[in-house]
Write a protein that binds this ligand. Structure first.
Ligand SMILES: *Cc1c(COP(=O)(O)O)cnc(C)c1O
Length: 221
C-alpha cells in the first residue's frame, strides 16, 4: 500500500471517530485510536507515525520485539499496547516493551505481571479482558469472575484502568459492548477497550475509550 493511502485511511478513521463521538455527545479527544500493526512491518508503520499516529497495538510479544525497539527509539512519545493473549512466562518481556497490557484474564497472569512489574519497578496500565460472549475457545475471564480478578490484580499492584473485550464474530456486537460498559460501571472502571475495524463506530457510540483498528488502517492481513 502506498504511503499516501495509509495517511488517507488514518484521516478517514479519525474523522469517522470524531463524527460518531459527536452523535453520541462525547469528546473525540477522549477516544484513543490504537493502530493494530500485527503482521505488518516497519515500512507499513512508518507512514502512519509520519501522519501523526502515536498509539499502536501488537498481539505477539516476539513479533513486537523484532520490529518496535527501532521505531520507539526513532520517535519519542509512542504508546505501545499489547492487545493479544499473554503467556505468563512472557510477562517480564511484555512489561519491558509495552506501555499498556490489554489481555489480563487470569490469576496466574496477574501474579506473573505483578512480579515482573515489581522487579522492573515499572507499573504498566492494564485492562482486564472479559470473555463477553462466554465463548469456550476465547480468552478473557468469565463475567462472573471479573470482580474477583480485579481484586486480585489490585492486590498484586497492577494499575487496572479498564475492561477489554472481543465480542463473538459474525453477530451484532452492540449488545456485547453495552454489556461490557455495564460491567465497567458496576466495577467503577471507566475505560473500555472495545471495537475493531468492523465495529469501531458502534463501540464509540456505546462508550469505547480505546478502539483497536488493524485492517481498516493497514489493509487485509
Ligand atoms: C487483530 C486484532 C485487532 C484488530 O483487528 P481488525 O479487525 O484488523 O481491525 C483488534 N484487537 C485484537 C485483540 C486483535 O487481535
Amino acid at each position: 500500500m502506498p504511503d499516501d493511502d495509509a495517511g488517507h485511511r488514518l484521516a478517514f478513521i479519525r474523522d469517522t471517530i470524531a463524527r460518531t463521538a459527536r452523535i453520541a455527545g462525547r469528546d473525540a479527544d477522549a477516544i484513543e485510536l490504537i493502530a493494530v500493526s500485527k503482521t505488518f512491518g516497519a515500512d507499513a508503520i512508518a507512514p502512519l507515525i509520519a501522519a501523526g499516529q502515536r498509539s499502536f497495538g501488537e498481539n505477539r510479544v516476539a513479533e513486537a520485539q523484532e520490529k518496535w525497539p527501532a521505531l520507539l527509539a526513532a520517535t519519542p512519545g509512542l504508546r505501545l499496547h499489547l492487545v493479544g493473549q499473554l503467556q505468563s512466562n512472557k510477562a517480564a518481556e511484555a512489561v519491558a516493551l509495552f506501555d499498556v497490557i490489554h489481555g489480563v484474564d487470569r490469576l496466574s497472569l496477574v501474579t506473573a505481571l505483578g512480579k515482573a512489574m515489581a522487579a522492573a519497578g515499572t507499573w504498566r496500565d492494564c485492562f482486564l479482558q472479559v470473555n463477553i460472549g462466554a465463548e469456550p475457545q476465547k480468552g478473557g475471564c468469565a463475567i462472573a469472575d471479573t470482580e474477583s480478578l480485579l481484586t486480585a490484580a489490585r492486590t498484586a499492584g497492577l494499575p487496572v484502568i479498564g475492561l477489554m473485550c472481543v465480542p463473538p464474530a459474525g453477530i451484532e456486537a452492540a449488545p456485547f459492548f453495552a454489556l461490557l460498559r455495564k460491567l465497567g460501571r458496576r466495577l467503577a472502571l471507566p475505560q473500555l477497550s472495545m471495537g475493531m475495524s468492523a465495529d469501531y463506530e458502534t463501540a464509540v457510540l456505546l462508550g469505547a475509550t480505546q478502539v483497536r483498528v488493524g485492517s481498516a488502517l493497514f489493509g487485509a492481513r
